[in-house]
Ligand binder design. Structure first.
Ligand SMILES: N[C@@H](CCC(=O)N[C@@H](CS)C(=O)NCC(=O)O)C(=O)O
Length: 292
């Protein structure tokens, strides 16, 4: 089985993030095909996924399907051991209910606080509709926790319901929305989750800014784990000859100083995703450890 996933801008497309996590967090290989939203490339990409009008959309073995929930159920059906849904039937019923409510609800939170993974915002004052959504959200999370699994995820190991809540965690942290205790820990777990960090780093590596996801609020540093100090550089000698990701030779334009040492990559995308969050990339972490 092969999978091609159509996605939009990683910094802004919350549904694309969910779709991708449904693969990445369950160790299912997928080829992502990205088009910047609100450009001609977007409908052109979707034309290759017959029937789809939004991202994420999926092509697999001649079948095209779209909508994150349809993708979740299809993957769960095809890969029953991957862990998309909890094993216990009562857990699974609750996980499905929470996922479906996330998929169809929380309109105020989604509209007023669009996902923006490029930075956080200071000074946001949520109105009554956003606060009501948050109250319901925290009630849902408490229902899951009452099932008695160990954290940080709602039903023990990471499941599809966690993938559906990842963008909401990003909104809560990014807009500084009120959150306490176990809910705050759950939000922090999403921001620290390796797949989420890699997705965000790839978004940072794409310079396209969608201004409609910004506002008049002060922009502040992303509230997730602080990345290592890093910058792109030129004209320096890297410690490595081949790219830690592709194994291809290091390109002269692919250099970065990370935590005080210069490493090389096969292209500027590999360089920039590494600069954005070096510790999110296991192959780079290994390389850095070898030169420690
Ligand atoms: N219910 C859909 C929502 C998909 C959706 O609205 N995706 C947005 C991006 S996050 C989109 O494709 N928008 C089309 C556009 O911006 O032109 C799902 O679960 O996948």
């Amino acid at each position: 089985m092969t999978y091609e996933l159509a996605i939009g801008d990683r910094s802004y497309s919350s549904w694309s993030l969910r779709g991708w996590l449904l693969f990445d967090a369950f160790d299912l290989p997928v080829k992502s095909r990205l088009a910047v939203m609100r450009t001609e490339a977007f409908p052109t990409l979707l034309a290759d996924f017959p029937g789809a009008r939004t991202v994420p959309a999926l092509k697999t073995d001649g079948v095209s399907l779209w909508d994150s929930l349809a993708i979740a159920e299809t993957l769960a059906e095809r890969h029953p051991d991957a862990g998309h849904w909890p094993v216990d039937p009562a857990d699974r019923a609750l996980a499905r209910s929470l996922t479906a409510e996330m998929h169809s609800g929380f309109a105020a939170l989604r509209q007023v606080c669009p996902m923006n993974l490029r930075h956080g915002f200071a000074g946001f004052a949520p109105g009554a509709d956003v606060l009501a959504d948050l109250e319901r959200l925290y009630d849902l999370w408490a229902m899951a926790r009452a099932r008695g699994h160990d954290g940080p995820w709602l039903f023990g190991s990471y499941s599809a319901v966690d993938a559906f809540f990842a963008p909401v965690a990003a909104r809560i942290a990014g807009y500084g929305l009120p959150v306490l205790g176990a809910d705050a820990e759950y939000v922090a777990a999403h921001l620290a989750q390796n797949g989420f960090r890699r997705w965000r780093a790839m978004g940072q590596a794409n310079p396209h800014i969608q201004t409609q996801y910004d506002n008049d609020l002060e922009q502040v540093a992303w509230p997730g784990p602080t990345p290592l100090l890093a910058e792109a550089v030129t004209g320096e000698t890297p410690l490595n000859d081949t790219c830690p990701y592709s194994g291809l030779p290091v390109a002269s334009e692919g250099l970065a100083r990370i935590d005080g040492r210069v490493y090389g990559f096969c292209n500027t995308f590999c360089r920039d995703k590494s600069v954005a969050d070096a510790q999110a990339w296991p192959a780079l972490v290994d390389l850095m450890a070898r030169h420690d």
